[in-house]
Ligand binder design. Sequence first.
Ligand code: ZN
Length: 263
Amino acid sequence: MDIYPGDYIDVTSKLQVGCVRKVPHKGCSNSACLRIENSIEGFKFYCFKCREYRFDSVLNSPAERARRTAAFKAYREARAKNSHELPPDFSQTLPEAGLAWLGKAGWTSCIIRHYDIGYSEDLCRVILPVYYRGVYSGYIARSVEEWLEPKYLESTDQGVMWESRPHTDESSCVVCEDILSAGRCGEIVKAYALLGTSLDTSQLNTLRKYERIYLWLDPDKGGRQGVIDAVNRLRIFSEVIIITSDKDPKYLTNSEIQEKFYG
Ligand SMILES: [Zn+2]
């Protein structure tokens, strides 16, 4: 008796990866003889009654595609309502691909834990919570699957920056482009990640309280002149030091980063 994955969307759409459910095999038996497993690679169906097996790869599965689409729609609706709460299925268990992505940028398990980095199975993305002025202000979601577009989803309040943990010396700070770079620099000085390509008045006001501001943008990227101009305006209040490097800060070693600040 054939198994049609489309008949079980009501089950598979709610089945977390790693979980198993037994349901009747439609057209075969009314007893719960059909075992459905949501494995990493896709859905596995096996009927104990007729011994039929069916594997439905995540990538080819209309059911899984429907699930991802629904999750994405929910995200967009939440965004429209201006709610930036963490996804309901936010979990601190990161898949291997997520750990690899963070590890490549030099994030240790200690930094990952400190900043509450997690994962949403529904969004299929690593979740980077954003705290600004000590207040939870939304999150950035980053896909770690090659096939999944868009790479980034942003669900944050207007005009926020990602902020690193507090430092004993709050006289200087560094401004980076992305969270992974800022997180690495944040081990050495107070760090901010620009989440957009411009700085508004409130962000400039946050920065002007620092005596010294390092501006460290990724190399070889255009369109950042606005940020450089804005930070230059802070020279009235603060000492501004522009740092350049061949690679993004996140791809440097700790001592290479340290050297940029303290020579
Ligand atoms: Zn069957």
